[in-house]
Design a protein around this ligand. Structure first.
Ligand SMILES: [Zn+2]
Length: 94
């Protein structure tokens, strides 16, 4: 028997929800991204360029995030527009 046991290592990338601080598989979280020119956006493709932060699709996490941890994670002050945009998305959540 060979010692090389080919264990498939299929680790999912993990990220922390900035609302509740739970570590999760990245695909279970919603990415928000700070774009250089257009402020903070919800990134449903997960592919937009810029500094990203992750949140559950749960209102409670977004509420906490909007109270400060989003801007902390993205190192940016949320503008009123950013807040409106993120709040509008949050209201769609359960
Ligand atoms: Zn969360």
């Amino acid at each position: 028997m060979s010692k090389k046991d080919a264990q498939p290592r299929r680790k999912q990338p993990q990220r922390t929800c900035v609302g509740c601080r739970t570590v999760q598989d990245k695909r279970n979280l919603i990415r928000i991204v700070r774009t250089p020119a257009e402020g903070v956006h919800v990134d449903l493709t997960g592919k937009m360029h810029g500094r990203g932060a992750y949140l559950h699709d749960q209102k409670a996490c977004w509420e906490k995030g909007l109270k400060g941890s989003i801007s902390k994670a993205l190192r940016v002050q949320l503008t009123e527009e950013d807040r409106e945009r993120l709040s509008a998305y949050m209201l769609e959540l359960e």
